[in-house]
Design a protein around this ligand. Structure first.
Ligand SMILES: C[S@@+](CC[C@H](N)C(=O)[O-])C[C@H]1O[C@@H](n2cnc3c(N)ncnc32)[C@H](O)[C@@H]1O
Length: 245
């Protein structure tokens, strides 16, 4: 299954991140990569919004991206940052470290298999995962469309994002439908696109078991991208090392 981004989901990706005003993951990735010697792989490098600055700062990082639209955006904006256009599950290689920020790992439906595979390609791994508290607590309604965000596009038109989700807490599955609507300056709908994301999420205990089973040891854990209090961990960033066997 190809979970690569297409259409409005690809072209509006960075604009939606900007309006979210979440802290940038870039300093966290830099901190992880600083001591690495040799080529590192960035899985799901997208539009290059993080890859470009990393390469610009001198880090030896290669992008891997399965969506041709995202890879094209990345090459246009950051021509110096090399991007392989390939699905991670089919990629072969060995690296000093692998980084998978921005929840991309949760798009992989078989996390145990992929964590094992990752340990065959690198013995150091950076992962950022989110936990869907708002969906679990019922703060966001299940099975109905709700407004998510909108952006004013450079053309003056509006890009609107609505979301609908279905969550199965026991098995850690979250299916999110996204409805992207392009509206002209008078608010009339020009075009609509829908996508579906099938995500996995993990309780702390489930994640620790999974990492243990697949031979990864937690070296460092950063909550909520290093900001806010830690009462609820919405986002966890992990520095992992492969346990020698
Ligand atoms: C949540 S976005 C994050 C993009 C980028 N890391 C960022 O923070 O801007 C996930 C990206 O991973 C890509 N992707 C999803 N599944 C993939 C896979 N199996 N192999 C490679 N790339 C994948 C998508 O096309 C998308 O560009």
């Amino acid at each position: 299954m190809n979970s690569g981004y297409k259409g409005f989901e690809a072209s509006w990706h960075d604009l939606f991140w900007e309006v979210e005003e979440a802290p940038s993951e870039l300093p966290l990735m830099e901190r992880f990569l600083r001591a690495k010697k040799g080529k590192c792989l960035y899985v799901g490098s997208g539009s290059g919004r993080l890859l470009g600055p990393l390469v610009g700062a001198g880090y030896d990082v290669l992008g891997l991206e399965c969506s041709s639209e995202m890879a094209r955006l990345s090459r246009e904006s950051f021509p110096d940052a090399e991007v392989l256009e390939e699905e991670w599950q089919k990629h072969e290689g060995e690296y000093a470290a692998i980084v998978i920020p921005a929840f991309t790992f949760q798009l992989f439906l078989d996390p145990q298999k992929q964590l094992t595979r990752l340990s065959e390609q690198a013995n150091s791994l950076y992962l950022t995962l989110f936990f869907p508290w708002a969906e679990i607590s019922g703060d966001l309604p299940q099975n109905e469309w709700y407004f998510d965000r909108n952006v004013v596009l450079p053309t003056g038109e509006t890009g609107e994002l609505e979301t609908q989700h279905k969550i199965k807490e026991q098995v850690g599955s979250l299916v999110r439908k996204h409805r992207y609507t392009l509206k002209d300056t008078s608010g009339d709908i020009v075009r609509r696109e829908e996508t579906v994301q099938r995500l996995r999420f993990f309780t702390d205990v489930a994640l620790k078991n999974l990492l243990k089973k697949t031979g990864w040891k937690i070296e460092k854990e950063i909550n909520n991208l290093g900001e806010g209090d830690d009462e609820f961990v919405y986002v966890a960033t992990l520095h992992l090392s492969a346990v020698a066997n």
